[in-house]
Design a protein around this ligand. Structure first.
Ligand SMILES: [Zn+2]
Ligand SMILES: [Zn+2]
Length: 349
């Protein structure tokens, strides 16, 4: 098959790769219809880190991609929820499918839980075909969803909801979203849906700030004045709920100065190993800090009905479309943030 394959930093190639085989009786093979690139793929692209994984030039090759939708073309004997021919979306990661945690549905407590397409441990779906282990707990039917809605539910929208709700937004409250990639933009929409009265949206890229402003947010560029601007606009209190959706050092560092006393700060951007938070600000402002990787499957019961009923619109996020063979260019553009790029759709057939 053809796939987008990691060959080293800034070297994603469209090339021939071994066809996936059913890894276990609870696995399914998907023929991928569309896929996308996530901000966390850029840590790989830059040759940085994700956890203990280092993306050096001599790191082993693997198929990239943890955001994909497609058709079930083969299902193992222990797959009961999905049939060949069904159109599905897949969570961006999964567990082993055989341990006690996985069998009880708590896939993300599995000690072997991992994302697709960020290491050779679990081949990704920026490819013509992908093996999905633990299929019953990793796939979701695409019924009533567009391809683009389904792609957002594989990771970005779920992570936006996860990260935002862990900052505990309250009806009538004040939210700040730091980093306006697709996750941050969706978080702005969700913050209003959950009742926020005021949402600050912070990003250096003007086209991204404009998208947030169109959703009703107060858009700010990171600057020396930013903390003062937010304090002025909140009677000196700061934002009760701050959601960091970027992972960039500057974004991480801006969170604790703008959070209110007894507020909540939530981090989902992938940090570098040397990123730290200032403990004195956490202590003396009494801030609750959370960080984590989204358990995508557990967000679907909240989000899918809101998407199907049109309450979540997530409009205008897909700015560009590519074919799989143009994957290297798709990565380059997504990384550059040029041309108003926000989210890409890569069609496989
Ligand atoms: Zn992701
Ligand atoms: Zn497991």
């Amino acid at each position: 098959m053809k796939a987008l394959v990691f060959n080293g930093p800034r070297d994603i190639r469209y090339e021939t790769y071994a066809d996936p085989e059913l890894r276990s009786a609870n696995s399914a093979i998907l023929k991928v219809k569309s896929c996308s690139i996530c901000g966390s793929d850029l840590h790989m692209y830059h040759g940085a880190h994700i956890g203990k994984t280092e993306y050096t030039a001599d790191a082993p090759k693997f198929c990239c991609g943890h955001e994909f939708v497609g058709e079930v073309v083969e299902a193992g004997a222990d797959v009961h929820g999905f049939k060949v021919g069904e159109m599905v979306l897949a969570a961006g990661g999964t567990g082993c499918g055989t341990c006690q945690k996985c069998l009880s549905g708590d896939v993300w407590k599995c000690r072997k839980s991992t994302a697709f397409g960020l290491s050779p441990d679990l081949q990704g779906g920026q490819a013509e075909f992908v093996n999905v282990p633990n299929a019953d707990k990793t796939l979701y039917p695409m019924d009533g969803l567009t391809t683009e809605q389904a792609l957002l539910l594989t990771d970005g929208m779920a992570t936006a909801y996860f990260g935002l709700t862990r900052a505990e937004p309250k009806p009538g409250g004040t939210v700040a979203v730091v980093g306006l990639g697709p996750i941050g933009i969706i978080a702005v929409e969700l913050a209003f849906l959950l009742g926020a009265a005021k949402v600050f949206a912070i990003d250096p890229v003007k086209s991204r700030r404009d998208m947030a402003a169109n959703l009703g947010a107060i858009a700010l560029a990171p600057s020396a004045d930013m903390v003062a601007q937010i304090m002025d606009a909140t009677d000196g209190a700061g934002a009760q709920s701050v959601f960091e959706a970027s992972g960039a050092k500057g974004a991480i560092n801006s969170v604790l100065p703008i959070v209110a006393r007894q507020g909540n700060a939530s981090f989902i951007g992938i940090p570098e190993p040397d990123d730290v938070l200032p403990l004195p600000l956490i202590m003396f402002k009494n801030v609750t800090v959370r960080g984590g990787i989204c358990d995508v499957q557990n967000m679907w019961p909240h989000l899918v009905p809101l998407v199907q009923s049109g309450r979540i619109k997530s409009e205008g996020l897909f700015s560009h479309q590519f074919d799989l063979s143009e994957g290297a260019e798709a990565y380059r553009l997504f990384d550059s943030r040029d041309d108003g790029v926000i989210k890409l759709r890569i069609d496989v057939d």
